[in-house]
Design a protein around this ligand. Structure first.
Ligand SMILES: Nc1nc2c(ncn2[C@@H]2O[C@H](COP(=O)(O)OP(=O)(O)OP(=O)(O)O)[C@@H](O)[C@H]2O)c(=O)[nH]1
Length: 252
């Protein structure tokens, strides 16, 4: 079994802020959003967590090993450096999809994303050390087979982007609907999925489903770990084995 700790990061009352007193320049919003993501990635990352940018106004972090005090410090650090604040809601479950659903529901109960009075909510109880194990997380690192030869060096850049995004859309939906997993595009042709305990046959099914749906061929490395960094690094090593052996699914 896995025990995934997810933290939903939500910008407080950001929609109104983007148009107050007048619509703000789009380049400034894009710069703010990408810098905020970079800082959160580093803040959670130094504690071995991962953050995924998803919609930028809402981000999803995998935070096994990041405790309550860490969350409070991260929230404070953002408040001190940005014109916006963040709410953080944490939940834990064997299923990553359930953990995020619980974290979301708790934040929604506290107030709307556009409620002026809901600022810097800090919700949920991160795992205590004695509740954690070395294989609480299962992470899968998917990659498009020979994306460079098939797409990047062959098609115009926008057509390549469409192929990769279609594969991502197909995989994220399949992994969520069939396996309670949360999959995130992380750049290039790479997708990282936070999974419950899934076996090799389930990953083969996912790869077949994406090929049937979009014609894009994937491979995947999978590993377990106590933190996102541990499991994620193991998954990268397993993916290297796929490359060396020409296989499509490898477990560390
Ligand atoms: N975020 C992230 N991106 C990566 C990683 N490895 C590769 N990429 C991205 O993926 C792009 C393609 O690189 P590869 O996946 O190595 O190349 P490929 O042509 O698909 O070749 P094979 O994966 O060996 O089939 C790179 O330009 C990067 O943008 C990784 O570990 N993390």
């Amino acid at each position: 079994m896995t025990n995934t700790q997810i933290t939903l990061v939500q910008l407080d009352n950001y929609g109104p802020w983007t148009v107050t007193p007048n619509p703000r320049r789009e380049v400034d919003l894009q710069t703010l959003q990408s810098r905020l993501y970079a800082d959160l990635s580093q803040l959670f990352g130094t504690r071995d967590g991962y953050v995924f940018f998803t919609r930028f106004d809402n981000m999803v972090a995998v935070t096994n090993g990041v405790d309550a005090e860490d969350h409070a410090r991260i929230q404070e650090s953002i408040r001190n450096r940005y014109p916006v604040t963040v709410s953080l809601s944490t939940a834990t479950a064997p299923s990553p999809a359930d953990a995020l659903a619980h974290a979301t529901a708790r934040l929604q109960e506290e107030g709307s994303a556009q409620d002026e009075d809901r600022t810097e909510a800090l919700l949920g109880a991160p795992l205590e050390d004695d509740e954690r194990t070395d294989d609480d997380l299962q992470i899968a690192h998917f990659d498009v087979n020979d994306a460079t030869g098939e797409y990047t060096d062959e098609l115009d850049a926008f057509s390549t982007f469409i192929h990769i995004e279609q594969a991502y859309a197909s995989l994220m939906r399949h992994m969520h609907e069939e396996h309670d997993s949360l999959s995130f595009f992380v750049g290039g042709d790479n997708i990282i999925a936070i999974c419950p305990a899934m076996d090799a046959a389930a990953y083969r099914d996912a790869i077949d489903a994406v090929r049937d749906d979009t014609g894009v061929d994937l491979k995947v490395g999978v590993a377990r770990g106590a933190t996102a960094h541990d499991a994620g690094m193991g998954a990268k090593h397993a993916l290297e084995v796929c490359r060396e052996e020409g296989t499509v699914v490898e477990f560390e």
